[in-house]
Design a protein around this ligand. Structure first.
Ligand code: ARG
Length: 583
């Protein structure tokens, strides 16, 4: 894909538009058809619509423009090396100099040209947001990884990003937790393995509640007490929260994810009354079976429950207060919610009610949904009350990665063999990177099937494959330096071989892809681009002699390797994947 904003493309476009005043831009630019690949062209312009305006046959039209472009001064000014006319298409090859210059501007200082693209944006991102006193499930992994990547992507484009972890730390389930703890738990039991044991109590509550309906009443009472600020209830709740976050933090550190605010649902309690009042004033509240609702029938949606008959508030009430708070506190240009697709209706309802309240910023609220991670039935041994634990997945991934790293290490010549510590470090980076890449490789709205073989495949479309490609790039650069090859920003690129040209074109397209990923809130666009770049690089690496080739090409080819390395490092970094030095 040729990025229209590349300076030399824009120059060409304005030249052509000036020559053909009747031609309403923008022009169509395409990849040259594969058959022309041997001739190494960068761009094809279909001349069919233009030929109608110029009242010429398409072939003739392409030929005429071609001879215009090939006039010596014009050719030089536009950085064109050669043109060719094929079946009404005008193919263009740019000079290596202009591609190299462009690469320096766009790549060498990663994404410099794009660094201001979102400078006016201030974006609140609500992501990860697990529920306390419950194990961090693989489902929240997606929110964490997608959200984390989006934060990095948007920041790299100059946006001001406010990262919020909207912990699930409020709601009727805490009435249940407290009841369960008081009835059949103990401080000792919880301290033994806090999150898992709290969750066990919660599961036990649900088992017992079937035969003992009084439990539910008790739980309801505890939650009402909690909402009223009862000291005992508050103290227990706070303790549950602290021990939970302590464990979540460990996972965030492993995944390289961070937040500016960890303000869970409970934070918005004191604001809820005002929100309810505003709903009341706007005449949006309706009584229904003792509860308060907002009717959304005219919008084809079920009603939103604002307050239960016992007076307690709900998830949606808290989200309304939360959105008001964020709009007021940060005045953001967007409020983004990275939450599973199963909550699509919830967010449509919440955004609709905000609109009904008359907030014009309601249109800036975006739900970035995503599909499920599915496990082949029975294959996952880490199930506990149906939650697949992220920590165990990461541990297992590292373990599998270590096996592979050790095996590969044995095959290495003595002098290049890794130490045991290096093996562990690499396994950690590869194991985590593999899980992150797996999570971010598919279009986010798709469900994905968990499969160790794909996740850790060093040769396939996987995190380890990209990390390995990066190691190869770095070691080529290292070897070139050791061999005394001199290369720097002034090194001219030769680009005589099609593989070289294909690679540089791909690299030049990378910044546009990052911007597209930001626009669509779709980190997988970057994952795919990196796989394509790796494939282009590997074709170049297999077919072109880099360090063993002709002397006069060495510096140019290493400079191309360096561009590739920079893009790969930037891209993996945006996804949150570490680049190990060796593998
Ligand atoms: N804790 C919720 C859950 O696990 C996700 C919260 C998402 N954020 C929000 N503002 N509703 O389902």
């Amino acid at each position: 894909m040729i990025d229209r904003r590349l300076e030399f493309i824009q120059n060409l476009e304005s030249f052509l538009l000036k020559q053909n005043a009747d031609w309403a831009g923008p022009l169509q630019f395409e990849e040259p058809p594969a058959t022309d690949q041997t001739q190494n062209f960068d761009l094809a312009i279909p001349c069919f619509s233009l030929s109608k305006i110029r009242k010429e046959a398409p072939q003739k039209c392409a030929e005429n423009i071609s001879s215009q472009l090939m006039e010596v001064t014009i050719k030089e000014k536009l950085g064109i090396e050669l043109t060719a006319v094929v079946k009404g298409f005008l193919n263009i090859r740019f000079s290596a100099d202009i591609l190299a210059k462009s690469a320096l501007e766009r790549i060498e200082e990663p994404l410099r040209s794009s660094a201001k693209a979102l400078a006016k944006e201030k974006i609140v991102i609500d992501y990860s947001s697990p529920n306390i006193a419950k194990p961090f499930g693989i489902g929240h992994l997606r929110s964490t990884n997608i959200g984390g990547a989006l934060c990095r992507i948007l920041t790299s484009l100059g946006a001001q990003v406010i990262r919020i972890n909207h912990l699930g730390d409020w709601g009727t389930q805490f009435g249940k937790m407290i009841t369960a703890y008081k009835r059949f738990g103990s401080a000792e039991f919880v301290r033994g393995d806090p999150v898992n044991n709290l969750y066990k109590l919660y599961v036990e509550f649900h088992e017992r509640e079937k035969d003992d309906p009084a439990l539910l009443d008790e739980a309801r009472e505890w939650f009402v007490k909690l909402e009223k600020g009862d000291p005992e209830a508050l103290e227990l709740w706070k303790w549950f929260k602290d021990v939970s976050y302590h464990e979540f933090k460990r996972l965030y550190d492993r995944l390289g994810v961070d937040f500016d605010y960890v303000t869970g649902e409970s934070f918005y309690n004191q604001l809820m009354e005002k929100t309810a009042e505003r709903l009341e004033t706007a005449k949006l509240l309706k009584k229904s079976e003792g509860a308060m609702i907002v009717d959304l029938e005219e919008f084809g949606m079920p009603p939103v429950l604002i307050r239960k008959s016992d007076g307690s508030t709900l998830y949606a009430t808290r989200d309304l207060a939360t959105a008001e708070y964020r709009a007021k506190t940060f005045s953001p240009t967007k409020i983004v919610y990275v939450v599973g697709g199963e909550q699509t209706l919830h967010f449509r309802q919440v955004f609709k009610v905000l609109e009904m309240l008359g907030y014009d910023w309601a249109k800036n609220c975006v739900h970035v949904g995503f599909g499920l991670i599915k496990f082949p039935e029975g294959k996952m041994s880490t199930r506990k009350g149906n939650i697949v634990l992220l920590e165990q997945v990461l541990d297992q991934s590292e373990k599998e990665a270590l096996k592979i790293v050790q095996e590969k290490n044995k095959e290495k010549p003595e002098e290049r063999r890794l130490t045991e510590n290096e093996e562990f470090d690499i396994a950690r980076a590869v194991g985590t990177g593999a899980v992150i890449f797996f999570d971010l490789h598919a279009k986010r709205t798709k469900d994905i099937l968990f499969n160790w073989k794909d996740i850790l495949n060093f040769e396939g479309d996987s995190g380890p494959y990209l990390q390995y490609t990066h190691v190869r790039l770095e070691s080529l650069i290292e070897r070139a330096k050791n061999e005394g090859i001199k290369f720097d920003d002034k090194t001219p690129l030769s680009l005589e071989v099609p593989e070289e040209r294909e690679l540089i074109r791909r690299l030049l397209g990378f910044p546009a892809m990052v911007e597209a990923a930001a626009r669509e809130f779709e980190p997988s666009m970057i994952s795919h681009e990196l796989l394509d770049i790796a494939a282009s690089f590997n074709r170049f690496y297999m077919n072109v002699s880099i360090l063993k080739g002709e002397e006069k090409y060495k510096a140019s080819r290493i400079q191309l390797v360096r561009f590739t390395q920079r893009v790969m490092q930037t891209g993996l970094g945006l996804l949150g994947i570490e680049c190990p030095k060796k593998m």
